[in-house]
Design a protein around this ligand. Sequence first.
Ligand code: TYM
Length: 332
Amino acid sequence: MQRIFSGIQPSGIPQLGNYLGALRNWVALQEGHECIYCVVDLHAITQWQDPRELARQTRELAASLLACGIDAERHVLFAQSTVHAHVRLAWIFNCVARMGWLNRMTQFKDKAGRDRENVSTGLFVYPNLMAADILAYKATRVPVGDDQRQHLELANDIAQKFNHDYGVAFFPTIEPVIQGVAARVMSLRDGTKKMSKSDPSEQSRINLTDDADTIAQKIRRAKTDPEPLPSEVVGLDGRPEARNLVGIYAALAGLDLQGVLIEHGGKGFGAFKEALAALLVARLAPIAAETRRWLADPGAVDGVLRAGAARAAAIAEPIVDEAERLVGFLKP
Ligand code: TYM
């Protein structure tokens, strides 16, 4: 059975992009795979986090993942900082990855912006830790949204260089699982920008715990153009906001873009937005309710994470012990 690994940062309740681009696939892949899912708090502190908020958001995110359908009995759910294998392997990878490789990472450039001299060094080596997350389990399939593609290519470069430098076939090749019409969900305010938890505008995203009124209002105010919906997919070219809303609808309804246009082509955005809001509410309301149920019992969430950490460590520690032996560390 193939082993899956993926992670998500505890920087607030997941938004619709996280859900459609990644979490929904996490849930689906539980059938037929051994899955290890991680709340990546070590990655979160590459940018400043208030300590009390970080702890609260880690628990809240775990609750949200359970509510989405992660089955922590059959699979593994834990917080990254509680399994030390991640940082041990990340250090080795800091010494394998090349400056030039990391300099090419577009997400670093986006996040650092013009403030390059002032961002943490952790933000620069962030992709090395991500490679360590996956390879500490020798996981071979990684479900993510499209924005993580470059990081996974780098992880494969690191694995290959490690194998080459130490003359071994130790780390496997990783296969990104980037699926569906919603691998890149865009902002509701700007169809050329990714939907993101860190966007200052609440109106730009749907959060998985938004109530029905909030969802309807955000969709009603979502940016569109004055034309009706086209009846063919090519008619979405050059219309990023229209394409995004149709893509979201398609992902939620289990259709492709053309399928949505067969139903809604020719309609104005008023009617389409109403249908989209209703679909979102129908899909997200049960997740919001289930998240609240988990959060009412924080001890239960912590128990899941504690048990998950023990099971994750049991897999990762021997693999990282072996990597350290290959590097030449004395294990007296
Ligand atoms: P993060 O926390 O930014 O996002 C979690 C997942 O959600 C996907 N995603 C999106 N998909 C489609 N449209 C969007 N607008 C959108 N926004 C986010 C992301 O692609 C991701 O799959 N570095 C990772 C976390 C990580 C990780 C790992 C992932 C750490 N270690 C190891 C895989 C394997 C991140 O910051 O994701």
